[in-house]
Structure formats: structure tokens, C-alpha cells
Design a protein around this ligand. Structure first.
Ligand SMILES: *Cc1c(COP(=O)(O)O)cnc(C)c1O
Length: 338
């Protein structure tokens, strides 16, 4: 199988401007840092709570969903993996529109199941009829999607959930930078799970914490196959503090969204073609289509953006939205390159 290739991670304390893996440019909530400082050695001596109930309670309060509708994972990647492990087997395939998050393919490659990739239509129109006809054991829809940044309308997701007999996973890793959410569908359908992460909106990619929301009947199957201690005691406590501080998260997300608007204007002025983004990154096509060249030239100048050498993306760059200062340095570095 082909392994997943994560975005490059420079050594700590280097002066790289890192706009390649959609991390939040702002620090985590001060409350999360206090929680980290208050970790007791005794909590680490013991095995952690297998269900991360402190964190679940914080999610329950923040989102208004019952505690037993929440499954917690070591990053939302862990939840995605658990779903595939629980649901996919020979002839019970994993289906998703492409381009999207490449990890769906990697996680499925580890199981005795196939992936069926259905291309998005022009301007990322959801191939809804083909997705329904394929009727996967698991269907993944990232919304907002990466790398396009587009959102799938809740009515289309409802159509899918109604027609599919398998599990519909709505991957909302970037929801904190969007206007709406498909979370209400969890109430309507027992085959829908919405996954979220603390890596992007909450500035905690290094902590590894994510969660899924679904009806208990679906979660009971997932609990059977998850690692018993998949969330460590530190993530449980620190993540709970971050989740309780919704105001801070919303404030950072608002700053990122304002910077996204500004950066989009600047890139358009440089001649880039852009897709409307509801996430903390922009998919940008340079005027000459020479994305790889620009990616390498930026890297030489200490600015990392994401380049995907694959069909439909090889002439585009995915650029995470940084602080206004970082974005300005990016735009200045791009000037002589386009
Ligand atoms: C970043 C990302 C995730 C993974 O988040 P973690 O919680 O850090 O594992 C999941 N899905 C998509 C689409 C992402 O971009």
C-alpha cells in the first residue's frame, strides 16, 4: 500500500512561515495552557478514562448534544480509522468524492475493502447520483472540503443520508471557519456521524484530539473497535478546557476569516484564480499554472505552502491562512514569482 504523506513539519524554533498544514496561526486558549500546567503526575501513573468523559462533558455543553452521542479520538483521524475498521470489509466499500482528504484512501488500504473515488463535477459540484448509486458501506464527505474549501449544502447531505444504507460520515474538521454545520442531521438519521477536531479551530493540532457525534446505536459499534485508551489523560483535561472556552475559539476563527478575505483579494490582484473558501485555507491557481515552481521558490524563501502532485491539483496551491503579517510576507514573496 501507499502510506499517507503528511505536510512537512520544520524543526521547532525555525523561522519558517508555515502555511502548509492548516494549523491555526494563533496560540491555544489560555485556559488550555492553565489546564496543561495543572496536570498531576498521579493522572499519568494511571490509565486514562477510556471515554474521556471530562472532554465529552465539555463537548456536550458546548454543542448541546447528549454525552452518549459523543465518541472521542486521538485526533479525528482516529475516529475516521475506527469507522472504517468497524464498517468496511470485502465487497463493503468506502466511497467518497475526489479531490478530498487523502487519508480516507490510506485508512481503507489497511482493510480488506476497496475505495471507490467519484470525481467532483465542475466547481466542486457534488456527484450525488453516483454516490447514491454506489451505496458504500461508508461514504465520506468532507465539508468544508479540503483542498477546495467548499461546503456541501445540508439538503444534499440529507438526500445522501436518506438514500444510503451505509454510514455517511460528514467530516467537519474546518467547521469553525464556516457559517453552518450539518450537525442537525445526526438527530434525523441513525446512519450519520459528524466528525470534528481540535486541531484547526482550537489551535491544538499537537495535542491530538477529535470527536464524532452520532446516535448511540451507531456509536456502540464504534466503541467495540476503538483502542481502549485512545485518549490520554493530558488531552482529556486540556481539550476540555479549550472546548469550554468557545469565546476564545470564535474570536480566533473570526480573525482567520477576516485574514482569509484579505488574502483572497491580494492573491486575485496577483492574477490567481481562487475558489470560495469556508475553511482556513485557500485553493489558489497561479496565473501561469506553474504551481510546483512557485511552491519550490517559496520554500527556498522559508515559506511553506501545500502542493499536491495529483490529477486536477498539480496546477494549484493550497495556502493556509496565517496572521495578516505572515500573509503579507507571502504576498510579497509571490510578487516576483507570478
Ligand atoms: C485536518 C483534517 C482532519 C484531521 O484532523 P485531526 O483531528 O488532526 O486528526 C480530518 N479531516 C480533514 C478533512 C482534515 O483536513
Amino acid at each position: 500500500m501507499t502510506g499517507y504523506v503528511p505536510g512537512e513539519q520544520p524543526k521547532p524554533n525555525t523561522t519558517i512561515i508555515k502555511l502548509n498544514t492548516n494549523e491555526n496561526p494563533y496560540p491555544p486558549s489560555p485556559d488550555a495552557i492553565v489546564a496543561l500546567q495543572n496536570i498531576q503526575g498521579e493522572w499519568l501513573r494511571r490509565y486514562p478514562d477510556p471515554y474521556a468523559n471530562e472532554f465529552r462533558q465539555a463537548v456536550s455543553a458546548a454543542l448541546g448534544v447528549p454525552l452518549d452521542w459523543i465518541i472521542v479520538g486521538n485526533g479525528s483521524d482516529d475516529i475516521l480509522n475506527v469507522i472504517i475498521r468497524a464498517c468496511a470489509e470485502p465487497k463493503r466499500n468506502v466511497v467518497y468524492p475526489v479531490p478530498t482528504y487523502v487519508l480516507y484512501r490510506t485508512l481503507t488500504a489497511m482493510q480488506p475493502a476497496e475505495t471507490i473515488e467519484i470525481p467532483y463535477g465542475d466547481d466542486y459540484h457534488l456527484p450525488i447520483a453516483d454516490l447514491i448509486a454506489t451505496n458504500g458501506a461508508v461514504t465520506f464527505i468532507a465539508s468544508p472540503n479540503s483542498p477546495s474549501g467548499h461546503v456541501v449544502a445540508i439538503d444534499e447531505l440529507r438526500q445522501l443520508a436518506t438514500a444510503l444504507t451505509g454510514v455517511l460520515v460528514i467530516d467537519e474538521a474546518y467547521v469553525d471557519f464556516a457559517e453552518g454545520s450539518a450537525l442537525p442531521l445526526v438527530q434525523e438519521f441513525e446512519n450519520v456521524i459528524v466528525t470534528r477536531t481540535l486541531s484547526k479551530g482550537y489551535s491544538l493540532a499537537g495535542l491530538r484530539l477529535g470527536f464524532g457525534i452520532a446516535q448511540p446505536s451507531l456509536l456502540s459499534g464504534l466503541f467495540k473497535v476503538k483502542d481502549s485508551y485512545n485518549i490520554d489523560a493530558i488531552a482529556n483535561a486540556v481539550g476540555a478546557a479549550a472546548m469550554r472556552d468557545q469565546a476564545y475559539k470564535n474570536e480566533c476563527a473570526a480573525k482567520v476569516k477576516a485574514s482569509r478575505t484579505k488574502l483572497a483579494i491580494d492573491l486575485k490582484q496577483l492574477g490567481f484564480h481562487l475558489w470560495e473558501s469556508h475553511a482556513n485555507f485557500l485553493l489558489a491557481q497561479p496565473p501561469q499554472g506553474n504551481a510546483e515552481q512557485i511552491y519550490l521558490a517559496l520554500k527556498e524563501r522559508g515559506i511553506l505552502v501545500r502542493y499536491f502532485k495529483q490529477a486536477g491539483l498539480s496546477d494549484k496551491l493550497r495556502i493556509s491562512v496565517g496572521t495578516d503579517e505572515q500573509n503579507q510576507l507571502l504576498v510579497e514573496a509571490l510578487l516576483p514569482l507570478v
